[in-house]
Design a protein around this ligand. Sequence first.
Ligand SMILES: [Zn+2]
Length: 156
Amino acid sequence: MDTLKISANIIKCVHSELNLEEKEWIKAACDATYRSYSPYSGFRVGAAMVLEGSIVLTGSNQENAAYPSGMCAERTVLFYANSLHPDLRVEALIVAAADGDGFTDNPVSPCGSCRQVLLECEVRFGYPVRVYLYGKSGIYIISSARDLLPLAFDSF
Ligand SMILES: [Zn+2]
């Protein structure tokens, strides 16, 4: 019997270490939190998506009284991006979240379903999607969605 060890490299940095373009992406994700519809949880999530050609789109979580009918910010913007620009590859996803006290101190990670959808996007275009997870205390940068979902279900 062997043990399979899985690891991922995650860069942790502070906002001042980002370049100007990355700071704009973070701002876009943070701004999107204000467009969240989250009357039930009060947890506002914003996501920005960077497509090839430096096109930046945003989305936010959309809750519903029938909870499973709601949608995470990450999938909201990913499906929006792919339906609006089906031929443009996704280059980066940026996520920020806030509650009644403001933006979270620690980065918030996408849920399992969002990771699966993001990975499909990465496989579809054959291009890694960089993921930025924003928190006031620091920002995590993951170079590929695959690092967020080891042993992923992959039909390709
Ligand atoms: Zn999700």
